[in-house]
Design a protein around this ligand. Structure first.
Ligand code: SF4
Length: 392
């Protein structure tokens, strides 16, 4: 007997049954059985990056219970049928998402949950955000909302089941469009199904994802020196803080801002404050000020950075002390690593976003943005919607 050509799948057992007289009667049923089995056992690989992930978890909990659809949620792309992207995807995350998608076996489907995954939402035009996952993944179902509730996600899964069923039966499955697509401006990158999309973007995205996967290893990070051991006993605050600041070059304590400390005295001040009980580095925040010019273009005030620090005592009756350091670009500032372990990541973050150089930091690499990101996005001369090829 001739084997049908328009089957929605192939399987050695199915092919054998078609060759056995009489058994062909059962093949229609087997096809339906397999379709029923697949649509009711869609295993989910959750790509939950932010608040929509909480709604996803609620969908898996007892009230809505996504398990009743036969769906199993597992933290691995292996054997997964559906990737549910729930949350904002950044340009640093996108290559990882793409790589995980490629690790999922065919056939596979993608569900975009929430406006961040669909379009980037209110982060859409910002430097770190991918303007919709359909700029690098083929999305099958869109579940709009901020966040969509569990019932909306269940409705999306039912739509996906129907789409899978139609595909397996060889029927036309209507393509879902992005909600409100017609009213929205185009994303920074053309969507993956857009005929106007530049095909070279596909290759660039794949290459970028492969780089993340380790085919081109990143530069080896240096091993930071070990921090000195912490003393077991809290140190009581002693002495006059104002006198200490004055001894470190502070000439004025403004009413509406922390005092300015000379660059050369700043690390010593931090050490002295730690000895007086301020043992927790709460924050390091840098701000960039571009130069000011007159109408003729002459520089009135050169470009500079201001870095604000906050320390606190630990335990009951906690106290806070803050100071600022100001210096011209491209000068740097002494790192507080070696005094406070927490300076490690906090200073890396300020380097990554603003470009401040911390002298003596053992591992001053980017931390939030991709390692090949160009520029420092929180400097005031950086365009907030700067592209970051090949992801936005
Ligand atoms: S769509 Fe709303 S709820 Fe979902 S990740 Fe974005 S901001 Fe959070």
């Amino acid at each position: 007997m001739a084997i049908e050509d328009n089957r929605s799948f192939t399987h050695p057992l199915y092919d054998f049954m078609l060759t056995v007289p009489g058994l062909s009667l059962a093949t229609g049923r087997v096809d339906q059985l397999l379709t029923w089995g697949l649509t009711n056992s869609l295993w989910i690989f959750p790509m939950a990056t932010s608040c929509c992930g909480i709604e996803f978890m609620a969908t898996a909990a007892s009230r809505v219970d996504i398990d009743r659809m036969g769906s199993i949620v597992r933290g691995t792309p292996r054997q997964a049928d559906v990737m549910v992207v729930a949350g904002t995807i950044t340009v640093k995350m996108a290559p990882r998402v793409k790589k995980l998608w490629d690790l999922m076996p065919e056939p596979k489907w993608c569900l975009a949950m929430g406006s961040c995954a669909i379009s980037g939402d209110f982060y859409r035009d910002l430097y770190p955000t991918v303007p919709g996952i359909d700029t690098f993944l083929p999305v099958d179902v869109y579940v709009p909302g901020c966040p969509p509730n569990p019932e909306a996600l269940m409705a999306g899964m039912l739509r996906l089941q129907e789409k899978v069923r139609l595909q397996r039966e060889g029927k036309w499955a209507p393509k879902e469009s992005r909600p409100e697509t017609a009213k929205m401006i185009m994303p920074a990158l053309r969507r993956i199904n857009d005929p106007a999309r530049d095909p070279s973007v596909d290759k660039a995205q794949l290459d970028s994802a492969m780089k993340v996967a380790g085919s081109e290893p990143l530069e080896e990070a240096p091993t930071p020196e070990r921090m000195p051991p912490r003393s077991a006993e809290p140190v009581p605050i002693d002495g006059d803080l104002q006198a200490l600041l004055t001894a470190h070059g502070v000439t004025e304590i403004p009413r509406d801002a922390p005092p300015l400390v000379p660059v050369a005295r700043h690390r010593d001040l931090a050490e002295q404050l730690k000895k007086r009980g301020f043992r927790q580095l709460v924050t390091v925040v840098a701000t960039h000020y571009p130069d000011k010019r007159d109408k003729a273009g002459l520089i009135l005030t050169p470009e500079y950075y201001e870095v604000a620090y906050a320390l606190r005592t630990v335990g009951r009756g906690s106290q806070l002390v803050m100071w600022r350091v100001r210096f011209e670009v491209p000068d740097g500032i002494d790192s507080l690593y070696g005094v406070f372990a927490g300076a490690d990541w906090q200073e890396r973050e300020q380097f990554d976003l603003i470009g401040v150089r911390f002298a003596g930091h053992p591992d001053l690499r980017r931390i939030l943005l991709p390692h090949d990101y160009a520029g420092f996005p929180l400097r005031r001369d950086h365009a907030s919607d700067a592209p970051c090829a090949p992801w936005r």
